[in-house]
Write a protein that binds this ligand. Structure first.
Ligand code: SF4
Length: 199
């Protein structure tokens, strides 16, 4: 039997920004606007203090998000990986991660600490024209594989322009759906409105 768990962000599953209000990418979605609504946890001390407070107040978990590097990775994720491990060990909070284009080393450093990752899989056109990256859909697929290799569950959102997707899933990504341990969410969003929930 399939089990669907739904978590309401506030007050018991808030979004935390690992980069504060900083974003190197400043993409066309939000130019860092949405980071202002997240609690800043840009240092190990701030992250651990926020986690302890959340635990004391009965929180279930937290979304670890933030701005992006110019290459599309979550800014500050790599240097905070050790603190994220401590956060999990000390608080037991459910941790959902917006990883972006993380590398294999970072994915492995987060193994056992992250309960699930939420990863957008944009069409190449969207990644380049809207996010301002050189990355392609294949690069996001590689990030997905790195997360899975680290034992992290991944929920994906496919974001594409009508011209890129032609009303169907990204062609290079279709084989990813239905894998064991994989949950998938598909969305097709017009240009300009795409992925406001990205960070
Ligand atoms: S959507 Fe993410 S990458 Fe784009 S500007 Fe906002 S914080 Fe930066």
């Amino acid at each position: 039997m399939a089990l669907l768990k739904v978590y309401q962000p506030l007050p018991r599953f808030p979004a935390l920004s690992l980069s504060g209000t900083a974003c190197e990418l400043q993409c066309r979605h939000c130019t860092a606007t949405y980071l202002a609504g997240m609690r800043s946890v840009a240092t190990p001390e701030a992250l651990l203090a926020a986690g302890r407070r959340l635990r004391e107040r009965g929180a279930l978990g937290a979304l670890l998000s933030g701005g992006s590097t110019r290459e599309g990775a979550l800014l500050n994720l790599k240097p905070l990986a050790g603190a994220i491990q401590r956060l999990k060990a000390e608080t037991g909070l459910l941790l959902n991660l917006h990883p972006g284009l993380l590398d294999a080393e970072t994915a492995m450093a987060l193994a056992g600490a992250i309960d699930f990752a939420s990863l957008e899989i944009p069409a190449t056109e969207t990644a380049q024209r809207i996010f301002g990256l050189r990355a392609t859909t294949a690069d996001y697929r590689a990030a997905y594989e790195r997360l899975r290799a680290a034992g992290i569950e991944v929920a994906t959102t496919s974001v594409g322009t009508p011209t890129a997707s032609k009303g169907r899933a990204n062609p290079g990504w279709r084989s990813g759906a239905g894998r064991p341990g994989h949950s998938s969410e598909w969305a097709f969003v017009p240009p300009g409105a795409a992925s406001r929930a990205r960070c």
